[in-house]
Write a protein that binds this ligand. Structure first.
Ligand code: ZN
Length: 412
């Protein structure tokens, strides 16, 4: 256990926050600090063909130890952390034998991680938790995933009696700003399919995510003295309001769950002359997704007819539900499920209310479901990870490799 703790802590202490306002890859120079260390570590544990490209995408191979053919599979995680919360000076706290009570993260600032608010904590009574000191995020998202993949590969290197095919490992920068998959060389990776180790609670297995689009609406108004405005003023703020009021009021993030889609306005500003707002559109169902986008276009058209073409909309697809790419190869989900059950983890299969690198990779030709990495409360000071969950993830990775080899024997 100590080894996995030490490895994880050595990664989270390195600040790798990504930056959405940067155009470079990686978006921040500091992500190289961990990338360089990971390359060294992959070589040290005995991985072969360890490469890192100019954009800090890391790949490595664990060669097959069999003389028959087994599909090549990959495990992927990202080493950047969220720009939403500070990742500078992460000072992890290790709580042994968690008693199910409050954990004081920071005495001076009275920051407490409490099961009254975060009831998931109660699943982990008696386990070893790693938390923050209340001033930064932890970075279990997704350095837990990196820790698990490296630990599993090291275990397989040290246990040649466990038979497996060729395994590929991929670590990416900039996932948190939606660019983790952008420059991922699927062909070079050369796997038949892969798994991102980037889920939360132990047991999570996901192959469905949102279809996603973003929209920016701009309204041009006309300012006239209010006393003389009759028939002349065009108030961009009012028109923006009118647009928003036509959107279904119940279909917002705070009013929806499970498979319900939504519109989410997340930014607005306005004067009489100029108003603009930005929103995102999310839906698991492709048809409903298209209908939602159509509604935005219809509203624009309607308001333009009323107000002399003063509304402009820019609509952009962001990513799609990987389900349509994974369903034809469901055996890759079944394999992960079987591996979990074999190591005593109950699979929790549910649609993601977001996206993953795996959804983009799936559409780039690499089907890529998502497996738990174990952490909770990502992107903030209450982030924590039970060490036992990380150990389970390691066991699942090893078991997937082992089961796949068993299933492939005698097939060719
Ligand atoms: Zn993540």
């Amino acid at each position: 256990m100590q080894q996995i703790i030490d490895r994880f802590i050595s990664y989270v202490k390195i600040d790798t926050q990504s930056d959405p306002n940067s155009d470079t890859t990686p978006s921040t120079e500091k992500q190289w600090h961990l990338a360089d260390l990971l390359v060294d570590e992959l070589i040290r544990i005995g991985m072969e063909d360890v490469t890192v490209d100019d954009n800090a995408y890391i790949m490595a191979t664990l060669p097959s130890n069999l003389d028959f053919e087994v599909p090549v599979i990959g495990f992927i995680s990202h080493f950047d952390t969220s720009p939403d919360f500070s990742g500078t000076g992460v000072n992890p706290q290790v709580i042994n034998d968690y008693d199910g009570g409050d954990i004081v993260l920071n005495v001076e600032e009275k920051i407490v991680l409490s099961p009254y608010y975060f009831d998931d904590l109660l699943h982990y009574k008696g386990q070893t938790l790693i938390t923050t000191d209340g001033t930064t995020l932890l970075g279990a998202d997704d350095k837990a995933g990196i820790t698990e993949i490296i630990t599993a590969m090291e275990y397989l290197v040290q246990h040649p009696e466990i038979k497996h095919g060729k395994i590929r490992v991929g670590f990416t920068p900039d996932e948190e700003i939606g660019r983790g998959a952008h420059k991922f060389d699927v062909e070079k990776f050369g796997a038949d399919w892969a798994y991102t180790m980037d889920g939360s609670q132990v047991g999570e297995l996901e192959y469905e995510n949102f279809n996603a689009a973003s929209a920016k609406v701009t309204i041009k108004g006309k300012s006239v003295h209010p006393g003389y405005a009759m028939g002349k003023m065009v108030n961009a703020i009012s028109i923006a309001n009118e647009f928003m009021w036509i959107l279904p009021i119940e279909e917002t993030p705070q009013n929806t769950t499970n498979r319900d889609g939504f519109f989410h306005i997340h930014h607005m500003q306005g004067t009489i002359e100029h108003a603009e707002f930005e929103l995102i559109v999310r839906d698991h169902d492709r048809l409903h997704f298209e209908k939602r986008k159509q509604l935005l276009l219809d509203i624009t058209e309607k308001l333009n007819a009323l107000y002399n073409d003063c509304v402009q909309i820019k609509l952009k697809d962001q990513y799609y539900n990987m389900r349509e790419k994974v369903e034809p190869v469901m055996h890759i989900v079944d394999l992960a499920k079987e591996a979990m059950q074999a190591v005593g983890v109950k699979p929790i299969i549910k649609p993601i209310r977001g996206g993953t690198d795996g959804s983009q990779l799936s559409f780039m030709g690499l089907p890529c479901p998502n497996i738990f990495a174990g952490g909770h409360n990502f992107h903030g000071k209450y982030e924590y990870v039970p060490v036992e969950s990380m150990q389970k993830a390691v066991a699942v990775i090893v078991k997937i490799c082992e089961l796949l080899a068993e299933k492939s024997e005698g097939k060719t």
